[in-house]
Design a protein around this ligand. Structure first.
Ligand code: NAP
Length: 295
């Protein structure tokens, strides 16, 4: 078996959690990793994880809300490496608040980071991948991208958007230019995600609406149960990073990658006819590009 070729990988959101796991795992496999974060003052955790693993990676600033910053980093990467093989859109924020309690600013922030952030970085790398006639954009979506969940409607809306974007891009970028698209769906990963989501609404008026109390208590009790290690639901960032890295090294990566048996079971009602998204991709190509009939 030949060793997988060395890929130039750009990863967003590497100050914590899955981003760190991905930088370490892809670096450990010998790929050239550019691990980015919006605030370089937070690089200690990444540095220490890289050092412990004995892995090299370049660390750079990148805020997915800053289009000019993205463009200039991508240009610097092209100057230095002449190509970008893999973009991992990992940066994201959670949001757990009922719609009537969310401010417009909250909603815009979640959509700007989770949706616009994915599109900004993708828009910047696509011309280079198109010219190279190859590349892979990996969007870290979520089970929340396929399954609407209580009090997560704004987060779910953002991840559903990532799913639609991924599916649409895969329908023509892959056959026309050899650029693959994958969305990654995980259930629960053991990271700072929950704490960071709480921080996003810090300072906002917390309204204790009696009406919501029973349904909220039921939801929170279930969430606490699912978070316990003995539930078998929670994955480590390292485990998810390994699954995503295997997919990055795959010659023909799936459009949809579900990272756990629990997440798979949770979305089976929607995915069982087409677990990897390839059937849908082919159907869209047949009908929208080849003039075929809907089967
Ligand atoms: P995390 O530890 O909170 O990491 C999120 C990362 O995104 C942090 O590095 C954060 O940086 C970064 N980020 C946020 N806004 C950014 C911006 N404007 N520009 C650049 N980076 C930004 O959570 P995680 O679990 O590793 O999340 C990684 C991805 O997995 C997210 O897309 C999330 O939606 C998805 N996911 C997570 C879970 C889960 O249960 N944890 C499940 C399914 C999917 P700062 O440190 O600067 O905030």
């Amino acid at each position: 078996m030949t060793a997988p070729e060395e890929k130039v990988c750009l990863i967003t959101g590497c100050s914590s959690g899955l981003g760190i796991g991905l930088a370490v795992e892809l670096g450990r496999r010998g790929h050239i990793v550019i691990a980015t974060m919006r605030d370089l003052e937070k690089q200690a955790a990444l540095r220490s994880a890289l050092e412990t693993a004995g892995v090299e990676a370049s660390i750079a600033a990148l805020d997915v809300q800053d289009g000019h910053g993205i463009e200039s980093l991508v240009n610097r990467m092209i100057d230095e490496h002449e190509r970008i093989d893999v973009l991992v859109n990992n940066a994201g924020v959670g949001f757990l608040l009922a719609t009537e309690d969310a401010t417009e600013e909250h909603i815009q922030t979640v959509l700007d980071i989770n949706v616009m952030g994915v599109m900004r970085t993708t828009k910047s790398v696509i011309p280079h991948m198109r010219r190279a006639r190859r590349g892979h954009v990996v969007n870290i979506s979520s089970l929340a991208g396929l399954v609407g969940q209580p009090f997560n409607e704004i987060y779910c809306a953002s991840k559903f958007a990532v799913e639609g974007y991924t599916e649409a891009m895969a329908s023509y970028m892959t056959p026309a230019f050899g650029i693959c698209f994958t969305s990654v769906l995980s259930g629960r990963i053991d990271t700072e995600f929950g704490a960071n989501a709480t921080r996003l609404v810090e300072g906002a008026e917390q309204i204790e609406r009696e009406d919501y109390r029973p349904v909220r208590e039921k939801y929170l009790a279930g969430a606490a149960r699912r978070s316990r290690p003995e539930s078998g639901i929670v994955q480590s960032a390292a485990e998810v990073a390994t699954i995503v890295s295997d997919c990055i090294e795959h010659r023909s990566p799936p459009i949809r990658l579900i990272t756990s048996a629990w997440a798979e079971a949770m979305c089976r009602i929607k995915t069982e006819a087409d677990p990897t998204g390839r059937r849908m991709q082919q159907a869209v190509i047949d009908v929208f590009l080849e003039g075929g009939e809907v089967q």
